[in-house]
Ligand binder design. Structure first.
Ligand SMILES: Cc1cc2nc3c(=O)[nH]c(=O)nc-3n(C[C@H](O)[C@H](O)[C@H](O)COP(=O)(O)OP(=O)(O)OC[C@H]3O[C@@H](n4cnc5c(N)ncnc54)[C@H](O)[C@@H]3O)c2cc1C
Ligand code: SF4
Length: 542
C-alpha cells in the first residue's frame, strides 16, 4: 500500500522483497481440480495449507529459523513471495470500531491508541473505494459499515446457522470480504468458483500484486528487487536512516540501497527484527529502540474451532454452492462484557458446505454414523455425508501483556548470518475465559442445529482449546505507536520517535488487537502514513 500511494504521489520507490515473483494470472491454481495432482492438494513443506495454496512460505522455512524461550510456544507464519500473505489470506476485511482504539479507557486494561476512529475513517473509505469490499449496512455499534458492494446470498448451511443464531440471540449478518460482486475499478466481478485461497486469476479478490503493485509499477516509479533479504537499516552521521543493507539471495552477495525515507513493512515481527539488527554505536540496542519497546507487546488473535455433524444437511440434493472463497455470513461480537467474566470480544467465522473435495476431506469417514466401510456403500456414504459438517471459528481480542514479546536470539543466526528472533509467549486468564465462552457458544449453536460435536469440550488443563500464540496469523505490535517516546516506538503517524525518516507500515504499530481481523486497518494506516510522508516531503521536513 505504501508503494502504491507513494509512487502515485510522485516518489521513486525501491521495494525489497525477500521472496520471489508471483502473478495470479499465471501462477494461481484457480479452477484446477484436486484430482489433477497425484497429491490431491495435500500440503507440502513450502505450502503447509495445501499444494494449491497461494502462499509460499509457512511455519518452517529452510535456512530461516526462529526460536522460542523454554516452556513457551509461539508459531510464526512467514510468506516469502511478492505480495506476502495477501495472496492467500481469508479476505475478511473489517474496520476496527471506535471502542477498539480506546480499550484502556473502557476497561482499564492494556493501553489506548494515540488516535481515535475518526483519524482513520477517511482512509478506510479510500481503501474500500480502491479495493472493493462486499457487505451490508447494519449500523451496529463498534462494527462500522464500509462502502459495500452487494453481498452474496447465504448458502444452504449458512441459512441453517442463521436460524440457530437468531434463536440464540447471536448477531449474524452477511460477510464482509474484499471480493468483488460487481466489476470495480477495471477488475471483473467474482465468478464464484470458491478458489480464493489459491489466488484469483482474474483479480476479482484482493491480493497486493494485482491490485496495488501493478498500478504502482505502471507509474514507472516503482523498482522491485526480488529475493532481496533486508538485513538492517543503515544510519548516517546525522542519525538519520540512510538506506537498507540486504542479501541478494540469488548470488549471496551483500548489497545496499540508499534512500531518503525508509518504510518497513516486512510484517510486524520481521520489521522488529530488522530494527533490532540495526545496531550501531549511536543506537546500540537497535534503531528506534531507545524505549526498549521494539519487539514488545506482541499480540495475536485468540482462537478456537468447533465442528459438528448436522444430520439435517445429509442426503442433500447435489447442487453448486461454492460462492466466494470465504463465508457469506459473519457473526460480529454481540455481547456486553459487563455481564461476562472476561474483557474484550470475539467474532465467529462459519465454515462448511460443498467446496471441492481434496486430500483428507471430511476428516475421516469412520467418524460418521456408518463408521466407514467398503465399495459401493463407502462411496454412497461419502455422497450422503458430504457437506453435513459445519464449523465455527472464534477470533477474539487478547489483552497485550508484557510477557509476550520477541527479541534477538543471542546465538542463533539464519543462513545469511542474520540473528533470528526468539519468542516469549503467555496467555492470561482473560484469554482462557474468552475461549471457554467460544467453545460453549459453538457447542450450543451445533446443538440447536440438531447436530453433534464429536470432540469433547477441552478442559481447563487443555486451555479450553486455545490455539497457540501466532497460530491465528494475526501477529501485531512490536513497534507500537504512542505519544510517549519512552513507551512506544513510533508516533501516531507511524514515524519512528528516534529517527524521523523511518516509518512502519505493517501491523507493528498496533497498540492492541480488536475482535476484528487486522489487514484492512494495516492498509488504512499505511495509506495514512504515506500521505503524511508526502506532506512532510512537500513541506521540506524530510
Ligand atoms: C491463511 C491466512 C488467512 C488470513 N486471513 C485474514 C483475513 O481474512 N483477514 C485479515 O484481515 N487478515 C488475514 N490474515 C492476515 C494477513 O494476511 C496479514 O495481516 C497481512 O498479510 C499482513 O500484511 P504485511 O504486509 O504486514 O505482512 P505480509 O503479508 O507477511 O508481507 C510481508 C512481506 O515482506 C517480505 N519480507 C519479510 N521479511 C523481509 C525481509 N527481511 N526483507 C525483505 N522482505 C521481507 C515478505 O516476503 C512479504 O512479502 C490471514 C493470514 C493467513 C496466513
Ligand atoms: S471465488 Fe471469485 S474472487 Fe475467489 S478465486 Fe473464484 S472468481 Fe476469484
Amino acid at each position: 500500500m505504501a508503494a502504491y500511494v507513494l509512487t502515485r504521489a510522485g516518489a521513486n520507490v525501491v521495494m525489497l522483497e525477500a521472496g520471489g515473483p508471483w502473478d495470479n494470472a499465471t501462477d494461481s491454481a484457480m479452477l484446477l481440480p484436486s484430482y489433477a495432482s497425484p497429491r490431491r492438494g495435500a500440503a507440502t513443506r513450502a505450502r503447509p495449507f495445501g499444494e494449491f495454496d497461494a502462499c509460499i512460505g509457512g511455519w518452517d522455512i529452510e535456512g530461516e529459523p526462529y526460536t522460542r524461550a523454554p516452556g513457551t510456544r509461539f508459531d510464526w507464519w512467514r510468506a516469502r513471495m511478492l505480495g506476502g500473505r495477501t495472496n492467500h489470506w481469508g479476505r475478511i476485511s473489517l474496520r476496527f470500531g471506535p471502542d477498539d482504539f480506546k480499550g484502556k479507557s473502557r476497561d482499564g486494561l492494556g493501553d489506548d491508541w494515540p488516535i481515535a476512529y475518526d483519524a482513520i475513517a477517511p482512509y478506510y473509505d479510500r481503501v474500500d473505494d480502491l479495493i472493493g469490499i462486499f457487505g451490508s449496512r447494519e449500523n451496529l455499534p463498534n462494527h462500522p459499515d464500509s462502502k459495500f458492494l452487494p453481498a452474496p446470498r447465504p448458502r444452504c448451511y449458512e441459512l441453517l446457522v442463521k436460524k440457530s443464531s437468531d434463536r440464540l440471540g447471536i448477531t449474524c449478518i452477511p460477510g464482509r470480504l474484499s471480493i468483488l460482486t460487481r466489476p470495480h475499478n477495471g477488475r471483473p466481478a467474482c465468478h464464484y468458483c470458491g478458489d480464493c485461497y489459491r489466488g484469483c486469476k482474474v483479480n476479482a479478490n484482493f491480493s497486493s500484486p494485482g491490485v496495488l503493485l501493478d498500478p504502482a509499477r505502471s507509474t514507472g516509479r516503482l523498482t522491485i528487487h526480488l529475493n532481496a533479504m533486508a538485513r538492517e537499516v543503515t544510519v548516517g552521521q546525522d542519525g538519520l536512516a540512510s538506506g537498507i543493507s540486504y542479501i541478494d539471495k540469488d548470488t549471496g552477495e551483500d548489497r545496499h540501497v540508499e534512500a531518503k525515507v525508509i518504510v518497513l513493512a516486512a510484517s510486524a515481527c520481521e520489521s522488529a527484527r530488522i530494527l533490532l539488527n540495526s545496531r550501531s554505536t549511536r543506537f546500540p540496542q537497535g534503531l528506534a529502540n531507545s524505549s526498549g519497546v521494539v519487539g514488545k507487546y506482541l499480540t495475536d488473535t485468540t482462537g478456537t474451532d468447533v465442528a459438528g455433524f448436522i444430520p439435517a444437511l445429509m442426503d442433500h440434493v447435489p447442487h453448486n454452492e461454492q460462492g466466494v472463497g470465504g463465508g457469506h455470513i459473519y457473526m460480529p461480537w454481540w455481547l456486553d462484557n459487563r455481564q461476562l467474566d472476561f474483557p474484550r470480544g470475539y467474532h465467529i467465522e462459519v465454515w462448511g458446505g460443498l467446496g471441492q473435495p481434496g486430500y483428507g476431506f471430511m476428516g475421516g469417514i469412520q467418524r460418521y454414523p456408518s463408521g466407514g466401510g467398503y465399495g459401493a456403500q463407502l462411496k454412497n456414504d461419502y455422497r450422503r455425508y458430504y457437506g453435513a459438517t459445519v464449523g465455527f471459528s472464534g477470533r477474539g481480542e487478547m489483552v497485550p501483556n508484557a510477557d509476550c514479546y520477541c527479541e534477538l536470539d543471542p546465538s542463533v543466526v539464519d543462513q545469511w548470518g542474520i540473528p533470528v528472533l526468539r519468542f516469549h509467549w503467555t496467555w492470561s486468564d482473560h484469554e482462557y475465559a474468552q475461549v471457554r465462552h467460544m467453545q460453549e457458544t459453538f457447542r450450543a449453536l451445533i446443538a440447536d442445529m440438531g447436530g453433534e460435536v464429536w470432540a469433547p469440550m477441552p478442559t481447563k488443563e487443555q486451555g479450553y482449546g486455545i490455539a497457540a500464540g501466532g497460530r491465528i496469523i494475526h501477529e501485531l505490535g512490536c513497534t507500537r505507536m504512542g505519544d510517549d517516546p519512552g513507551s512506544s516506538v513510533v508516533s501516531s503517524n507511524c514515524q519512528a520517535h528516534d529517527c524521523r525518516n523511518l516509518f512502519i507500515a505493517d501491523g507493528g504499530s498496533f497498540v492492541s488487537q480488536a475482535d476484528k481481523n487486522p489487514t484492512w486497518t494495516i492498509m488504512a494506516l499505511a495509506w495514512r502514513t504515506s500521505d503524511y510522508i508526502t506532506a512532510q516531503r512537500n513541506a521540506g521536513a524530510l
